[in-house]
Every structure is written in C-alpha cells, then in structure tokens.
Write a protein that binds this ligand. Structure first.
Ligand code: ASP
Ligand code: MG
Length: 412
C-alpha cells in the first residue's frame, strides 16, 4: 500500500464527463489499497476566462484581487471531483489551499510555498478518505488568498508529495509522457521511460512545456519521484529520476529541445577596453531584459562586437537600449534579427562522451545549415540558426543521435 499524490491538469478535468473519468481512475487506486491525494487544475480555459473578466473591468487589477478571482477555477473542479468520488461510494473531501493551509509568502500572482499543514490531510487519509486539493493556490500569513503563477498546480502537487512523503507524485496530462522531441516536428519522436531531473529542467527551460519548471526544480530538491502520464490512455508515462537511480546505460543525448521565442541583437565596433561588456549589458539588465546566449568577437583595430539573444517580446526595447549605449560608447552601430531559432541537444550522457559537439555540428553542416551562435553547458549544447531551418535541424539531430531507435529497456 502506497501513498500517491495525483495531479490532473485542465484538459483532464475539462468537462464533467472527464471529471467522472478522473474519479474512475482514482477509484482504481483506492481499490488496489492505495491512499490518494488529488490535486486539480481549473477546467481548461477557465483561468484565462477569469483573467479576461478582470481585464474587462480594468487594465491592471490589484494582484490581491486577481488571486481571489483566479483561485475560484480550482474550487469548482475540486468539489465536482469530490462529488464524483462520493457518487461511486468513496469517501472524499475537497479543500482549498487556504483550508489545508498551504502557507505562502505574500507575493500575489507568483507566491512561493513556505509551509504546508499536513494534519488535516493525514486525518482524512487515516479515516479512509480521498483528499482533493485545489491546485495553484495558498494563503499568506495574513489570511489573503495567493496563487503560485500560471501552471502552478504542478508545484502544489510536488509540494504536497514532499510534505506527505508520498511514494510518487503523478502528473496526469494530455500527453503520455516526455518525448525525445516534439512529435509534431519529428514523427519518430519516442516517449522516454526515464529522464533525469537535470535533463528535465533543461528541456523545460528550453520550451518543452510538459511540466512547470518550478515543480521540477522543487521535486529535484526534495527528492520526490515524479511521473508524467496521460489521463486518457493507460501507460507507464515518463519517470523523472536521479542519475544514480537510473540503472540503464545512459544515451549520450536524451532529447532535442528548441524554441522560436528568442531574437538576436548585435552591437558592433565597440572600443575593446576593460568594462565594455559591463557597459553594454548592465543597461540591458537595468531595463529588466533577460539575456540568454552571449558571444563576443574580437575584431580588428581594437574594436569588438557583442551579440546576444533576448526574448522576442523584448527585442524592440533591447534595440533601443543598445542604440543609446552605442551612441555613448562611440560604437559603430546596432542591428538585430528576430528570425532565429535555438536548437539544443540535452543529455547527462554528454559528461562521459567526447565529440558530441562535433557530431552535432557535422549533422547541421551536412544539411547546409549555418550556425550563428553556440553555447554549451555540461549537459547541453545549444545553437542559434535561421528560423526557417528549425525543423530540418531538429530532424537531422534526432536521427544523428539515434533517438528514433528504441532504448535499451524497450529491447529487453
Ligand atoms: N489553472 C492555473 C493555470 O491555468 C493553474 C494550473 O492549471 O496549473 O495556470
Ligand atoms: Mg498546466
């Protein structure tokens, strides 16, 4: 007998029929003798609808009132699921974040969990009840309702699993696991049966949107076994685990991530003196613009060029800031390009393999794809390329690193 924390996302509770299907799934676990704590999202589209209502009243509503408003979405689904369980003869109780006492700081709309009272949940579990908790929300020490940021129900589930020392935190969603890459781009993309926390963090930060990145971080920190699986089909899903727990031989590359969210800006002809990087990048960060990849080229006659990437939404502002800096420093000029894409290969296996970068560059070169920027970390290599070659690049890398072949455990 185990304790599972099971989180069901917006599409999994999108209609009353689907809520009944979730109840059936939970009943299956109860019948097998397990304890279950369920965390629910709002019905799909509901959080956006609520935000739309607020925006119809005013442009920038107070964050405190936004939290009161958007937290209602989860309150609807938690009660309906509880009813669906009771209808099937299973004792269940639903609680808002504030009723459980999921205590957070007071940063409305992006609060962080500080503490969870487990007493109420334990008492219910001991009495044989299923506990249904509203995801995405908590309460500050003054009793104000808070929310954890978009996609925050994942974090609620992981935090509850950590507090209750659950055997597994299961995230049920509309895909059946984490894939080697986006199956919409590569037909032969495969579901991974396991991935490490580190790899998952990289995949999530690179735009693979299966899990909220904060939830993955939290699970890694508190050692919570995390599994992503489909609420609509049977299957093992993907287990997110530690490298040490992974007995299978690691592939060199576990996945290919990409995004089209970035733009590239260049300031050239900058006098090459100590402090030039600071004088260029400080005004950018002062303007609250996040910078991702940075490349500095040393040119002739003591002049240098800086190229870096920013989010596309910040592109125009970044150019404005750079133009000012360029005038101040007597640089030659500023240019930019939004038609770029970033493609990354991710894998803890890279640590113990040489030549992975070369293999990547060869695959891209064979397709005639020009690399504009490169950055590397211990378990990731990213390149910036022309946006129009994105899909070609992802497909080429997927086959070069043999991600379409079944993994070791699937051939056993
Ligand atoms: N309902 C919230 C959202 O749409 C939280 C979640 O679904 O995880 O962002
Ligand atoms: Mg979600």
């Amino acid at each position: 007998m185990a304790l599972f924390v099971q989180k069901f996302g917006g599409t999994s509770v999108g209609t009353t029929e689907r809520i009944e299907a979730v109840a059936e799934k939970v009943v299956g676990f109860r019948k097998a003798g397990h304890d279950v704590v369920v965390v629910v999202s709002a019905m799909s589209g509901e959080t956006n609808r609520l935000i739309g209502l607020a925006e119809a009243i005013m442009e920038e509503p107070a964050p405190r009132e936004m939290d009161v408003l958007v937290s209602t979405g989860e309150q609807v689904t938690m009660s309906l699921l509880s009813m669906a369980l009771q209808k099937r003869g299973y004792a269940a109780r639903s609680y808002t974040g504030s009723q459980v006492r999921i205590v957070t700081d007071n940063m409305h709309t992006k609060a962080r969990i500080q503490h969870i009272d487990e007493q109420r949940i334990r008492t219910d579990l001991d009495a044989g009840r299923v506990v249904v908790v509203a995801g995405f929300q908590g309460v500050d020490d003054q009793g104000n309702i808070t929310t954890l940021g978009r996609g925050g129900s994942d974090t609620t589930a992981v935090a509850l699993a950590a507090t209750l020392k659950a055997n597994e935190c299961q995230i049920y969603t509309d895909v059946d696991g984490v894939y080697t890459t986006d199956p919409r781009v590569v037909d032969s993309a495969r579901r991974l049966s396991q991935i490490t926390f580190e790899e998952m963090m990289e995949m999530a930060s690179l735009g693979s949107k299966v899990l909220q990145i904060r939830a993955v971080e939290f699970a890694g920190k508190y050692n919570v076994p995390l599994r992503v699986l489909s609420s609509f089909e049977e299957g093992e899903g993907t287990l997110i685990t530690f490298e040490d727990n992974n007995t299978m031989e690691q592939p060199v590359v576990s996945g290919i991530a990409f995004n089209r969210d970035e733009a590239k800006v260049t300031i050239s002809g900058v006098p090459d003196t100590p402090g030039s990087a600071l004088r260029i990048l400080k005004p950018v960060s002062d303007a609250n613009i996040g910078v991702d990849m940075i490349v500095q080229n040393v040119g002739e006659d003591n002049r240098t060029a800086f190229t870096f990437t920013v989010h596309r939404n910040d592109f125009k502002r970044a150019l404005d800031v750079l133009q000012r800096v360029s005038d101040e420093l007597g640089a030659r000029g500023v240019s930019g390009d939004t038609k770029i894409a970033k493609v990354s290969i991710v894998g803890v296996g890279m640590r113990s393999h040489a030549g992975v970068a070369t293999q990547m560059f060869e695959a891209l070169s064979n397709e005639g794809i020009n690399i504009q920027m490169i950055s590397t970390s211990e378990i990731k290599i990213s390149v910036v390329i022309d946006e129009k070659y994105l899909e070609l690049a992802v497909r080429a890398l997927h086959s070069t690193f043999e991600l379409d072949k079944p993994g070791v455990e699937e051939t056993l």
